[in-house]
Write a protein that binds this ligand. Sequence first.
Ligand code: ADP
Length: 451
Amino acid sequence: MFKRLLIANRGEIALRIIRACRELDIAPVCVYSQADAGAPWLEQADQSLCIGPGPSKDSYLRIDRIIAAAEVGRADAIHPGYGFLSENSHFAEVCRDSGFEFVGPSPEAMHLLGDKVNCKRLARQAGTPVFPGTDGGIEDIEEAVKVAAEIGYPVIVKAAGGGGGRGMRIARDETGLREGIEAARQEAAAAFGNPMVYVEKYLEHARHFEVQVIGDKHGHAVHLFERDCSSQRRHQKLIEEAPAPGVDHAKRLKVCEASAELIRQAKYAGAATCEFLMDRDQNFYMLEVNTRVQVEHPISEAITGIDIVKTGIRVAAGEPLPMKQSDISINGHAIELRVNAEDPARNFMPQAGLIETFVPPGGMGIRVDTHARAGYRIPANYDSMIGKLIVHAPDRETCIKRCLQALREFKIGPMRSTLPLYERLLQEAPFVEATHDIKWVERLQDADRKK
Ligand code: ADP
């Protein structure tokens, strides 16, 4: 096992990784930017090294400085967390070439699954359901027009190297498709340096269904069932739950098993998430694979009892997976609410500044993963997520009630947060009845605006 692990991240995920390190007797080493000097999680590290000024591009995204810090900190491994450099296969390669174990997949596996066209091709071979559409990137527009006519409009044009919802165009007819391909190509070339785009069927009413998988370096992979993340705004997840409510168990098992098979075939070691959209008839279509630990991993930990971050470190150190698929089952229901310092009434405007009041909830089944506390100043440089409330209960109904009480107890001020919004969303009929889809929060807010 590793002796010292460098955490190339900040905030709640840095603290989450520190906690996992302690249980594995690994000394955690942190890096921080000048904007994070004196931040609460750094107190918990054995050593903390400053890697530059506040802007991410000058610190948390600087590969050279992170590698230098790993050398100074005598680390033998580097954990990228999520965001920042976590899905950068070049970074994974530099870590390996510099003699540090990267806690995550090999650069090859990351590249294979990270590119959407490659990933879709492999998924088809592994029997993972994908959207009907062009086989690979579009070389010839006439071919794309033919495929779109076969699968039927609407279709969506997407960038092979895309991310963050960019480089996508919805087309409702042939003219729209021709224009969409041109526009998406230009946007993708400018944003990702790769103009390759492809076409797939566009789903009007979809739920977001994602499978947590984890593989080791010995060719084993298991799934930890799924999460439903349909409560989003502009492709940003707000509420996640596990398992997905109302899904047929045989269909669930099929897609979960196909996801594990996909990462097995990609020779993938570490935690990953296979993201799908699910239509009203519970057909699944793969969107992409995220080659890292995700923000919402704790709800899968809650229902399976498996520590995903610790397991990820273990497999990076070469240990075989400590569990078989038959050891893993679903226990109860879990919901995660992202605590964002944002004002939902003002288009989710980020709220930086000093936290004066911070009173987290407690009680049975309540977990709060946060780096925040009263007296902590939220820097303006980074993501506005200051924590996560994770609630576990024997069933969904109790879980929602437990969430609502936790929200009543949770006090944050003076800045606004997403907490009051959740009190409302959790009681709205589409969520309670699980008839919601990925556009439901936006529809609700549009309706509010018209009132
Ligand atoms: P990114 O990597 O940019 O996040 P994704 O492929 O994950 O791109 O898609 C982002 C979001 O776009 C999805 O969560 C969904 O809301 C929407 N989307 C993508 N593909 C489709 C599709 N075929 N049909 C309907 N919506 C889609």
